[in-house]
Design a protein around this ligand. Structure first.
Ligand code: MEZ
Length: 558
C-alpha cells in the first residue's frame, strides 16, 4: 500500500511516538501573515476589477469570476418574457437555505415555487461533513461565538449579520431537531460538542461526518410535504424586472422539456449557493457539481453589489490521493480530534487547528519548498496522520466518529485508521457574495438572498460549522422578511440586460477588447460535460477555460 511513499511513511512512523505528546508549533501573527501573503491563493494577484456593474473599478474578483460577471446573458435583451407560471414567492436553489425558506413560508397563504437546476437537495449542504456551530455548551454564549467568528473572519464580518447568526444558533438547533435531525449525543443525553479551528470552547454539533447530509435529508423530506411546487432540473437563466429596478420573477430553462419557462413572482429568494466549481486557479474543489456561482452573476446584472469576493476558503484538508478522491473533503473534525499535519520528513510543522487560511498557506508552503509527498499522478500533498486519533483516543475511535471517511477510502483499499492519508488544500467555500441587510434584502427591490450566495457574514475566513448555521438562520430570516414586505406583482421585462449591455459597451476594457466576453452564468462545470440545450447558449459558450494540472482526470477518458 502506497509503496511509492514508503520512505516518507517510515519517517512519519518513526517520528510518531515523539509527536504524540508534543505541542504543535503555533504561528505567531507575523508568521501567519507571511504565510497568507506568500502562499494563500487569495493573495497571489490572480484577480482583477471588472469594467461593468455596481462594483465596476472598485473591488477585485478572481479572474474566473470576473469574466462571468462581465458576461453575456444566454438571452437576448429584447426577448419578451411571457409568464408560464405565476407564484407569490420564487425560491431559486434547492439546497439547505432554499429548502429552509420554503418550509418557513408554509402556512403563510402565499404560493411558493422552488426551482433547482439539479434535484432538490443537490447542493453544498450535503457535502458539509464536520458540523454546525451553536453556543450550547457549558461556559459558551452567543457573545463568545460572535467573538470567535469575528477574529476568524479577520474582523471583516458584518456585525449585525454575525450577531443574528450567533443569537439564533440555539433556536436553530431546536428547529432542526424538531424536524428530525439526529445530532450526536453523549451518553448523558446532551448534545456532543466538538471543537473547531478558532472555537474557544467546544461548540460544533455533528452527525458523525455526514452532518450536512443528515440536515438536508430532513429538510428535503419536510419540504416535499408542503404545498411548495418543486421545479427540479430547472436552471435559472436570468432574473426579470419590472423595468423600474424591481425584480419580478425569473426565466428558467426546463432541462427535460428543453425550453425556457418564465415565472412571474412577487418576491424572489436567491439561494443558489457557492462557486467552488469555478475551480479558481485550477484548484480541486470539495463542492457539489452545481456550485458554479450562478446567483452571483444573475444578481450582479440586476444591480446588486457584491462583497468580499476576493476571499475564498481553501479547506486545508482536501484529499490528494487516491486520484478518484482528489479535492474531496477530509473534515476538520478529524484534525480537531488529534490527527496531525506532517511533512514528507516526518515533521509536525504547524498546529492543525490554526485558522483554515493560515493552515492552507502553510501546507502550500511545505509542498512548494520540497517537503511534500509526490503521488504517482504528479500531485504533491502532506500527511494527515489519522492513526494518531486511535492512539490518542482509543482503538476504534476514528471508525466510530468518521464512518464516511472510512467508507470512502476503503473503496481504494486505504484504511485511515492504520495509515495516514495525503491532503492538499481544496476550494471549499465562497466567503463573500451578494451584499444583504439584516433582513436578507439585496440592493434590488423584490430580491432577497440567503446562504452561501451572500457575503459579509463570515468576513474573510469562515469558521467550521458556521455555514450550516448560516443556511438555517438566514433561510428562515429571508422568508420571514418576504412575508412582512411582499410587493405586488409587476411587469416582466429584461430591461436590466439592455442597461448592462450599454454600460459594458462604454467600459474601457470592453472597448479595447471584447473578445473575453463569455456567456454567463456558467451553469455546469466544464468537466461535467453537462450543458443547457438551447442553440443560442451553445454557440456562445467558450470552451476549455482552464487546464491546469490540478484539474481532476476526466473519468470518461479510458
Ligand atoms: O463548515 C465547514 O466547512 C465544515 C464543517 C467542514 C469540515 O471540515 O467538515
Amino acid at each position: 500500500m502506497m509503496e511509492w511513499a514508503k520512505e516518507s511513511l517510515e519517517k512519519l512512523e518513526a517520528s510518531r511516538p515523539a509527536r504524540l505528546d508534543q505541542p504543535a508549533p503555533q504561528p505567531d501573527s507575523a508568521q501567519a501573515e507571511a504565510l497568507l501573503k506568500q502562499y494563500h491563493p487569495d493573495y497571489l494577484g490572480h484577480e482583477r476589477t471588472v469594467g461593468v456593474g455596481p462594483n465596476a473599478g472598485k473591488q477585485k474578483f478572481p479572474l474566473e469570476l470576473a469574466q462571468l460577471l462581465e458576461g453575456d446573458s444566454p438571452l437576448e435583451p429584447d426577448y419578451l418574457p411571457k409568464p408560464k407560471i405565476e407564484t407569490d414567492v420564487l425560491i431559486l436553489g434547492g439546497g439547505g437555505a432554499g429548502a429552509t425558506a420554503a418550509l418557513t413560508l408554509e402556512g403563510s397563504g402565499l404560493s411558493v415555487h422552488l426551482a433547482t437546476k439539479l434535484r432538490l437537495g443537490d447542493s453544498n449542504t450535503v457535502m458539509a461533513e464536520g458540523g454546525i456551530q451553536s453556543a450550547l455548551g457549558d461556559g459558551d454564549s452567543p457573545r463568545r461565538h460572535f467573538a470567535d467568528a469575528l477574529v476568524g473572519g479577520h474582523g471583516e464580518n458584518d456585525p449585525d449579520l454575525l450577531r443574528i447568526l450567533c443569537e439564533q444558533g440555539p433556536e436553530s438547533i431546536r428547529w432542526l431537531s424538531q424536524l428530525g435531525c439526529l445530532f450526536d449525543q453523549n451518553e448523558d443525553g446532551r448534545f456532543s460538542l466538538r471543537g473547531g479551528g478558532g472555537t474557544s470552547v467546544p461548540r460544533v454539533l455533528a452527525c458523525r461526518d455526514y452532518t450536512g447530509l443528515e440536515i438536508m435529508r430532513v429538510l428535503k423530506d419536510a419540504v416535499r410535504l408542503t404545498g411548495t411546487q418543486i421545479l427540479e432540473e430547472h436552471v435559472a437563466m436570468e432574473l426579470v424586472d419590472d423595468g423600474k429596478g424591481r425584480v419580478t420573477g425569473a426565466i428558467l430553462f426546463d432541462r427535460n422539456a428543453g425550453n425556457p419557462v418564465c415565472v412571474s413572482a412577487r418576491a424572489v429568494i436567491l439561494a443558489t449557493g457557492g462557486s467552488g466549481q469555478l475551480r479558481l486557479q485550477g484548484f480541486p474543489t470539495s463542492n457539489h457539481v452545481g456550485a458554479t456561482g450562478d446567483g452571483l452573476v444573475l444578481a450582479y446584472r440586476q444591480g446588486c453589489r457584491l462583497i468580499h469576493l476576493d476571499s475564498y476558503q481553501y479547506h486545508p484538508s482536501g484529499a490528494c490521493y487516491p486520484e478518484a478522491l482528489v479535492g474531496q473533503l477530509v473534515t476538520e473534525a478529524i484534525r480537531s480530534l488529534g490527527a496531525q499535519v506532517v511533512n514528507a520528513e516526518g515533521v509536525h510543522f504547524i498546529d492543525e487547528m490554526a485558522y483554515r487560511d493560515v493552515l492552507a498557506g502553510a501546507i502550500i508552503k511545505e509542498t512548494a519548498e520540497g517537503r511534500g509527498v509526490k503521488t504517482p499522478h504528479g500531485r504533491t500533498g502532506i500527511w494527515l496522520d489519522t492513526p494518531m486519533i486511535d492512539l490518542k483516543k482509543g482503538a476504534g475511535t476514528l471508525a466510530r466518529q468518521f464512518p464516511g471517511l472510512i467508507h470512502r477510502f476503503a473503496r481504494y483499499n486505504i484504511d485511515p485508521a492504520r495509515k495516514p492519508i495525503l491532503i492538499y488544500p481544496t476550494l471549499h467555500y465562497q466567503n463573500g457574495g451578494i451584499r444583504v441587510d439584516s433582513q436578507c434584502r439585496t440592493d434590488v427591490a423584490g430580491l432577497w438572498a440567503c446562504g452561501e450566495v451572500t457575503g459579509g457574514l463570515h468576513g474573510k475566513n469562515r469558521l467550521m460549522g458556521n455555514s450550516l448555521l448560516d443556511i438555517t438562520v438566514f433561510g428562515r430570516r429571508s422568508a420571514e422578511s418576504v412575508l412582512r414586505n411582499i410587493p405586488e406583482r409587476g411587469a416582466l421585462t429584461l430591461t436590466h440586460l439592455k442597461r448592462f449591455q450599454v454600460e459594458r459597451e462604454k467600459a474601457e476594457r470592453v472597448k479595447k477588447d471584447g473578445s473575453h466576453i463569455t456567456v454567463s452564468p456558467k451553469f455546469f462545470p466544464d468537466a461535467s460535460g453537462m450543458k443547457l440545450k438551447p442553440v443560442a447558449v451553445e454557440q456562445k459558450q467558450e470552451t476549455g477555460s482552464s487546464s491546469s494540472n490540478f484539474e481532476p482526470r476526466n473519468p470518461f477518458n479510458f
